[in-house]
Design a protein around this ligand. Sequence first.
Ligand code: SF4
Length: 116
Amino acid sequence: MSSNVQVSSNVRGPEVLSAALAAVLEAVGWDLTGKPPERPTWHARAACRGQGHKSFFPATDDRRPGSESAYSAALTFCKVCPVILECRRAGQHEAFGLWGGLSPAQRRRRRARAAN
Ligand code: SF4
């Protein structure tokens, strides 16, 4: 079987994805320049301190039912975190990731309830 797929030399997809990823990482506080990211003072007491970001920012479609299970590993930290309220407040308008034990979908529902 032969393939007729042609790849243009003017592919912009990777550039667009790279820019989008950089924007997301910047939004969540990752610094791509190599400088240590600035953290709020409460973060020094965070239960997730020193953990990787992967389980807090899983690759999942947060609009799909059941997507919240992707956060179950991260939630084990949030459940015992002494700064959960500070984290929840800081992340209440974030579009991605688990903040204060709340997924993006949970934060959207809270914002919608608060607006009514
Ligand atoms: S509430 Fe969860 S995400 Fe926020 S600092 Fe604590 S462990 Fe980390």
